[in-house]
Design a binder for this molecule. Sequence first.
Ligand SMILES: [Zn+2]
Length: 82
Amino acid sequence: MLKTKRITLSLLMVLAASLTLGTSSCTTAEAAQEPQVYICTGPHSKVYHRERNCKGLKKCSASVKKVPLSSINRPACKICAE
Ligand SMILES: [Zn+2]
């Protein structure tokens, strides 16, 4: 009886974890942990942002793109990185 309860509990936890991950269930666990950051595609932008509504991004004259952190080679924005 007690054993069954424990299994049900862990099953629920797995379920909750997969729900938290949302639609990215088909990606690997490693990819799911990949942080997504925002970059401005404008010519003057040289940093990446963690916050979509960062003050630095508001100044962006071009479009804002969401990209995996590993795919870019930029330093973090000083306004939203902390
Ligand atoms: Zn920023």
